[in-house]
Design a protein around this ligand. Structure first.
Ligand code: SAM
Length: 291
C-alpha cells in the first residue's frame, strides 16, 4: 500500500532534521519537493540519493493528479517536502494531501521544524490560544482593515513576514495597536537568531538604530488581549464626506482626496459613494446659487 509522508525539514539549522525524517527521505521511492535545487542541497548534506520530482504552487494541481494515479496503481513511498519547515503551513502541500486522502492513500506526518511553533514558544506569552494568519495582505488599506478586524480578540495572533516588508507591517501594527506587545523573531535556528520583544514602535526603533536587524525571515507574535484598536489619524467620528470636503478645500481634486482616504485604509466603495454625495451636494449648492 502506498504512503504519502509529510516531512518537515530544517528552517535554517541542518541539525534540526530528525532521525526519522532522514530515514523516510532515504527510503522513499520519490521525494516531491517545492524546489528540487533547494532539497538537493539538503539531501547531499545527508548523503541521501532519492529521486526528486518537483511539486510547487504552480504545478501542484497537475502533479497531485499524476502522483495519486501512480500511487494508486503501484506501491510507492512518497515524501513531500518544501524549501523549509512543515509542508502545508504557508507552503504548498494541501492539494496533494487532500487528493491522497480522497483516493484512500495513507498519509503520515513526519513532524519537525515549523517557524510559527518556534516563534510562539519563544514569545513567552502565556495565552493558551492563538490564530495563525500566515502572510498578511501587502496593500496598506487591506492590511489596516485586517488588523482592525482583530480588535477585541483575546488569543495571540501570529504572522509570517519577509525582510523587505516587515517594517511596513510593524508600522501598520503601530498605527492600529500602539500599546500591544509583540515578540518578533528573526533568523530562527540560524547564526543570527534574534527575538525582540516590545511594542511595534519599540521594535521599529531598534530596527532604525541597526538596519542589520531587518535581515532574515521573520515571524511575529502579537498579544491583543486587553488592547483596543486606535482610530486612524483624522478618522475619528468624522464622516467620509466631511473628510473629502476638507481635503478638497485644502486644494486637491476630489479624485486625489478619494485616493488619499483609500490609502488611509477606508473602503474603496464607501469612499466612492461618499464622493458621489459630495458631488451631489455641490450640484445642489450651485443650483441654489443660480436661483
Ligand atoms: N512552512 C514553513 C514553516 O513551517 O514555518 C513556512 C514557509 S513560509 C513560505 C516562509 C516564512 O516562514 C518566512 O517568510 C518567515 O516568515 C517564516 N520563517 C521561515 N523560516 C524562518 C526562520 N528561520 N526564522 C523566522 N521565520 C521564518
Amino acid at each position: 500500500m502506498s504512503v504519502l509522508y509529510i516531512v518537515s525539514t530544517p528552517i535554517g539549522n541542518l541539525e534540526d532534521i530528525t532521525a526519522r525524517a532522514k530515514r523516510v527521505l532515504a527510503e522513499a521511492d520519490v521525494i516531491l519537493a517545492e524546489d528540487t535545487r533547494v532539497t538537493a542541497r539538503l539531501l547531499s548534506a545527508f548523503g541521501i540519493r532519492t529521486r526528486l520530482e518537483s511539486c510547487h504552487e504552480h504545478n501542484e494541481a497537475d502533479k497531485s493528479g499524476e502522483m495519486i494515479r501512480r500511487m494508486s496503481k503501484e506501491t510507492l513511498s512518497v515524501a513531500l517536502v518544501t524549501d523549509a519547515g512543515t509542508p502545508g503551513i504557508s507552503d504548498p502541500g494541501a492539494r496533494i494531501i487532500s487528493a491522497a486522502w480522497e483516493a484512500g492513500i495513507e498519509v503520515r506526518s513526519v513532524p519537525g521544524p515549523c517557524a510559527l511553533v518556534s516563534a510562539l514558544s519563544l514569545s513567552g506569552f502565556d495565552e493558551k490560544e492563538f490564530t495563525f494568519h500566515g502572510f498578511l495582505p501587502r496593500r496598506k488599506g487591506e492590511l489596516i482593515r485586517k488588523l482592525k478586524g482583530m480588535a477585541g480578540r483575546t488569543e495571540l495572533a501570529v504572522f509570517y513576514e519577509s525582510p523587505h516588508r516587515v517594517a511596513s507591517l510593524l508600522s501598520a501594527i503601530n498605527e492600529v495597536y500602539p500599546d500591544a506587545m509583540l515578540s518578533v523573531s528573526r533568523e530562527l535556528t540560524k547564526l543570527h537568531e534574534q527575538t525582540l520583544r516590545g511594542t511595534a514602535g519599540e521594535v521599529l526603533a531598534r530596527f532604525a538604530s541597526d538596519e542589520g536587524l531587518l535581515r532574515g525571515e521573520f515571524c511575529l507574535v502579537l498579544r491583543l488581549a486587553g488592547i483596543s484598536a486606535q482610530p486612524e489619524r483624522g478618522q475619528s467620528a468624522e464622516s467620509l464626506e466631511s473628510r473629502l470636503v476638507g481635503l478638497v478645500l485644502s486644494g486637491v481634486s476630489l479624485r486625489k482626496a478619494s485616493e488619499t482616504l483609500v490609502e488611509q485604509g477606508e473602503r474603496k466603495n464607501l469612499v466612492y459613494a461618499a464622493g458621489l454625495n459630495v458631488k451631489r451636494a455641490a450640484k445642489l449648492l450651485n443650483e441654489e446659487r443660480d436661483g
